[in-house]
Design a protein around this ligand. Structure first.
Ligand SMILES: Nc1ncnc2c1ncn2[C@@H]1O[C@H](COP(=O)(O)OP(=O)(O)O)[C@@H](O)[C@H]1O
Ligand code: SF4
Ligand SMILES: [Mg+2]
Length: 356
């Protein structure tokens, strides 16, 4: 499926820990992800599962006292060996050049990356000059082009406006323009459209799609909104408690979800992405319980405390390995392991919880 696409960045077995007085928070416990050009990866999971930490680690921005304790984040480079982002000094020149030029990020709240006291023109031009070392005049031209590309009406006049003068949707477009002004190879959107109304969300996401095709860019969309996932992603990685538990092309995630957590997530929302169509009336099946306290060390499969298919003596011992259920689909769950007897798998199929 990745024929003709280049591998842009690869995360291998990434662990991030926060040593706190109360104990160690294992925010990431072995994350594996690969990003390809022209592909949009959706990263989904409940709040607290490590989605933003994964994004931050990719930019060398794990906050203190957190640290990468294991693993690699390999950024491909032209005519050179890949560079491991986890090994770079967080304030050094190398990572500062990577941010923006290779990997750019857009956030939910545009004001976290836009300055309230500078015009949007100055901010975009500053980003362009920093990374592309062009003249001020050329930077101004490029800024107008970028603002036009993101669909800001009357772009040249908008250069002299301040962020607070714009609507939320327009601010989001400006932030997208800023992120794209340095021509990144990988764009991370962390809940970037969550706060916007549905129509504007769709416009911005479609805009990203067009730009992606023009520029061979890779995009990671971090969201808990499965409608967004269905609309814009090619591949989906489902995250639970610091690990990817399932990864597959988007159609497979919606049509044949394999991991009980993925099945629960899909059952918890109206079926916007489904081919079945329409909002289905009736009871919304939800996943029982909450994401456990991050200080709690859960043995075996970290989902076993909430899983309706829990198998005692199997699921609570070792972390399940990634199992390929088809060429494109990988899942961390013992239900798909050939080493687990079918009788064990069948026994729990009635949906009895582990607490019974
Ligand atoms: N500054 C911090 N100190 C301690 N733990 C943190 C910090 N930031 C995040 N975490 C922990 O890292 C885990 C993942 O958080 P996050 O990546 O923000 O989740 P998500 O984006 O999926 O909602 C959570 O368990 C959270 O408690
Ligand atoms: S490994 Fe066991 S507990 Fe974990 S998701 Fe699969 S069946 Fe559920
Ligand atoms: Mg987050």
């Amino acid at each position: 499926m990745h024929h003709g696409q280049n591998k842009i960045l690869q995360i291998k077995n990434l662990h991030v820990e926060f040593p706190l007085k109360e104990g160690t928070v294992r925010a990431l416990q072995g994350v594996d992800l690969t990003f390809f050009s022209r592909e949009t990866l959706g990263l989904v999971g409940e709040s607290g599962c490590g989605k933003s930490m994964t994004a931050r680690a990719m930019l060398g921005l794990v906050p203190e006292p957190g640290e990468v304790t294991q693993g690699e984040i390999l950024l491909a480079r032209k005519d050179q060996d890949p560079i491991d982002i986890t090994k770079l000094h967080p304030d050094g020149e190398v990572i500062r050049n990577i941010r923006g030029a290779d990997i750019a990020m857009i956030f939910q709240e545009p004001m976290t990356s836009l300055s309230p006291v500078h015009t949007i023109g100055n901010q975009i031009m500053e980003a362009i000059i920093l990374h592309q070392k062009t003249s001020k005049e050329r930077a101004a031209e490029l800024a107008v082009e970028m603002l036009q590309a993101v669909g800001l009406p009357d772009a040249s006049r908008q250069l002299s406006t301040y962020p607070f003068e714009l609507s939320g949707g327009m601010r989001q477009r400006v932030m997208v323009a800023m992120a794209l002004s340095c021509d990144p190879k990988l764009l991370i959107a962390d809940e970037a459209t969550t706060a916007l109304d549905v129509t504007i969300q769709a416009q911005i996401l479609n805009l990203l799609k067009d730009i992606q095709e023009e520029r061979d860019m890779s995009i990671m969309v971090v969201t808990h909104n499965l409608g967004v996932v269905a609309a814009v992603t090619h591949r989906v990685a489902v995250m639970y408690l610091g690990r990817i538990v399932e990864e597959a092309p988007v159609e497979m995630i919606f049509e044949q979800p394999k991991h009980p957590y993925t099945q629960g997530l899909l059952a918890s929302v109206p079926k916007v992405g489904s081919k079945v169509g329409g909002r289905q009336a009736g009871r919304l099946q939800t996943i029982s319980g909450d994401v456990p306290d991050p200080l709690l060390q859960v043995s075996g499969c970290t989902f076993h405390l909430r899983c309706p298919r829990f198998m005692r003596g199997i699921c609570d011992r070792e972390v399940p390995p990634f199992i390929e259920t088809s060429e494109d689909q990988q899942v961390r769950c013992y239900l798909y392991s050939e080493d687990v007897p079918e009788a064990e798998k069948a026994q729990t199929a009635g949906g009895e919880g582990p607490r019974g």
